[in-house]
Design a protein around this ligand. Structure first.
Ligand SMILES: Cc1cc2nc3c(=O)[nH]c(=O)nc-3n(C[C@H](O)[C@H](O)[C@H](O)COP(=O)(O)O)c2cc1C
Length: 204
């Protein structure tokens, strides 16, 4: 593990550039060229996925996902979040139960993003600091989610969770903000329709 700049730079050397355009076959995949590192393509093509192949995610891809989280903006630059990478099968099983019994939490890669307000050394009331760390953890998860898709993986964001049960399972005092489950999709799904911008944007 090192800094994001080292990790990304390593992946962007000539020899490895092709790794950013994975050549693995995607079963039943009817969308040509879905995996691209162009940010806008990644955003457009990302789709929540709850069924994953029983296949490990390569270490270098994991490292890219972590590095992406590390690049996210955070309140005051204090990075008020932590990531728990769950490798232990028993812990994954317990997380399924703590996440409203959602079976897909038992994914090849399970990342629990937690708030760490103690890292946020800003002179603001505790509620503000907590809010900042929640936003830090959320942004880090969102960056990781986009990185996962850029790498030919799919993911599901889990927000329906019992915070205290998760804390107990992880053995931490930190509060979780989300779980990101990642893996190779059984089937690459077509993105869901989104709102028309004219309904979304409110000009004042
Ligand atoms: C804050 C938040 C909480 C979510 N919680 C869950 C969840 O607990 N379980 C689940 O299956 N999906 C969950 N999702 C995924 C959404 O259902 C999904 O993003 C939404 O249906 C839009 O589909 P898309 O991601 O393919 O665009 C959550 C997403 C967000 C952003």
């Amino acid at each position: 593990m090192s800094f994001p700049s080292d990790i990304f730079a390593r992946m962007f050397t000539d020899k490895n550039t092709q790794l950013l355009y994975p050549k693995e076959e995607v079963p039943s995949h009817d969308v040509e060229d879905i995996v691209q590192t162009n940010l806008f393509n990644v955003m457009l093509n990302r789709r929540s996925q709850r069924r994953f192949e029983n296949r490990d995610v390569e270490e270098w891809k994991l490292e890219m996902i972590f590095a992406a989280a590390d690049t996210a903006p955070t309140a005051g630059g204090f990075q008020g979040f932590e990531i728990y990478h769950i490798k232990n099968q028993e812990v994954k099983n317990k997380l399924v139960l703590a996440a409203n019994n959602q079976p897909y939490v038992n994914a090849p890669v399970v990342l629990v993003f937690c708030m760490n307000p103690d890292r946020v050394k800003l002179n603001f009331p505790p509620e503000t600091i907590r809010k900042f760390s929640q936003q830090d953890a959320t942004l880090a998860a969102a960056y990781s989610q986009l990185a996962a898709h850029a790498l030919g993986l799919s993911s599901i964001w889990i927000g329906m969770l019992d915070e205290n049960r998760i804390r107990e399972v992880l053995g931490t005092d930190l509060f979780p903000s989300s779980i990101l489950c990642v893996g190779y999709p059984i089937k690459m799904l077509i993105p869901k329709p989104k709102r028309n911008l004219k309904d979304l944007i409110h000009e004042i």
